[in-house]
Design a protein around this ligand. Sequence first.
Ligand SMILES: Nc1ncnc2c1ncn2[C@@H]1O[C@H](COP(=O)(O)OP(=O)(O)OP(=O)(O)O)[C@@H](O)[C@H]1O
Length: 668
Amino acid sequence: MLVHLFRVGTRGCPIRGALLLPLRSRTFTAVRHLDGRTGSFILRALARLRLCLPRRPPAPRHGSFLWVGGLLLGPMILSKGCRLYLVGRCEVEELSLVEPTPPPEEPCFNWALFWHFLRPHLLALCAAIVGLLTFGYLVLLSELGERMARDIRKELFGCLLRQDIAFFDNKKTGQLVARLTSDVQEFKSSFKLVISQGLRSCTQLAGCLVSLTLLSPRLTIILLLVTPTLVGAGTLLGSVLRRLSRKSQEQIAKATGVADEALGNVRTVRAFAMEPQEQEHYGAELEESCRLAEKLGRGIAIFQGLSSIALNCMVLGTLFIGGTLVAGDKLSGGDLMSFLVASQTVQRSMANLSVLFGQVVRGFSSGARVFEYMTLVPDIPLHGGCCIPQTELRGAITFENVSFSYPRRPDFVVLKNFNLKLPPGQMVALVGQSGGGKSTVASLLERFYDPTEGIVTLDEQDLRNLDPSWLRGQVIGFISQEPILFATTIMENIRLGKLDATDEEVYKAAQEANAHNFICSFPDGYNTVVGERGTTLSGGQKQRVAIARALIKQPKVLILDEATSALDGESERVVQEALDRASTGRTVLVIAHRLSTVRTAHQIVVMAQGCVKEVGTHMELMRKGGLYTELVKSQAFLPPLLLNPDSSSSQWFDPRKTQGYNNRRPRP
Ligand SMILES: Nc1ncnc2c1ncn2[C@@H]1O[C@H](COP(=O)(O)OP(=O)(O)OP(=O)(O)O)[C@@H](O)[C@H]1O
């Protein structure tokens, strides 16, 4: 059951009401005075609300408090100038309304996961609760909090790493890092505070309530009758505060994301003199987060102020009713005094709890954000599926009638009925206009995404049946335009390709990648630390370390995505040499803009708008005079001889006379 207070209608004629909605039924009961026009307003409001219901997250457990609060407050609001009528039951399907945009789902606190992390530390928790010395209990509580935070961070980090690539398309790194850092920190602090202060106040409260009952059951019952109303009102206000707190924390994460992006790309920021803009951008996000935090602070202050007033009213009420009972000889003066002293302890405990409430609100929303990603199950798991034995692996790839849209843009079809064959040991080049879908083909081959339709196979096996970790870790080597290195030594960076590789294997891979000589020229050789993202190496050096990292796993299939396009002439020559060597005996998919780098491929596939437009060798395509020829012509910097398919004296044109990819000459 959901209680919803609503306000619809025109500005001059606002309509307020309360709804009691059974969550699983599509019928509802509305409480409100109706005439024809206002009735239709309400029906629309109800229908809109109803249409939203299936997408709501499951009701949190504290939803029952909301229900109680709504029951108490709803009639109060309605009775202010409104007559109450039961208008009946309405079927929403009969109303034809435009479906509204679903509100962003708010994560709920996951009690099961909380228990999962708390359970291993139950003994420490019990010891902390009964800890006799302040020292002992503080030490135990601190250890408990830190260990739980460590476990949560470890688990969350693992869960994030396991998510689909599509998940990261939607998120900013800074926001994810904020969940690992500030949200876990906030949750831990709240948890410790609840245990240290909350438990003490609750115990005091319970003890005093027993004393109160013994002193005067009648006064205690009156006191207890008032309490649910206060709890209900508190819960309603609490849900508003929780929402505010969640927004405030999201905003902090957003600001962190801006700082993370600027600091992570500081060279680009410096190169474009973007420092003032970035500072302004970060400042604006901070301003918003400060505004939300202040709003939350005011909300908490209102909450605590109102609690204080309510508690003082309770004392006054006790004095008044108690005085009446004393006057009527139903209670002794001594008992009334004892009752007052005990009820003041109750008041103090409740005041402490209300102060604690602000922290609990923040703790709940932080906890909900921390646990949110732990329950996400990726569509493409990291492990599972079969592996083809190394001796039988040939490296034949096919794309059969593949259509694909990125999950982030489901309406935009990137590949349409795409067909491609990569025979074992051959090189196939993908060329075509920018945005035509070339890199997307590589992403599907790496199984970063699954096709929307059609299949991709390796040696006639659907990629979906193969173990993704085996595929990425042992079968495919990927070299991109911007190789990313980790902030560790060159040795460790190369070893990332094969974790159990010996030093000799690392040296061999570096030699194959034309990297050994420049690495040895550094004072620290293979132990040189390359800086964050490899910033202390040149583009060509970084690329060669990345090639060594790809080669060390001896991949059967190699993907070269614009691998040399970011390099100057000399670096390109050295890297190209390494790539030529690396391509021997492997199935290679080359993605290239510069057509001069792929003219010796066994097959060139020209792509446009997600489809294959032309297929053939360089010569065949040039003779055809189609899209490929146009692309070649458009690369005006190329020597004119490249454009002449019949010139046998051209080094540019005749693949047998070219350097690079010599071993993969197209057959006549
Ligand atoms: N992660 C993503 N989410 C949504 N759309 C994407 C994503 N990555 C690429 N796209 C879109 O898919 C289309 C194909 O992109 P892709 O990178 O495959 O093209 P490309 O041919 O490799 O381009 P280029 O030659 O410029 O690198 C583009 O329109 C691009 O905007």
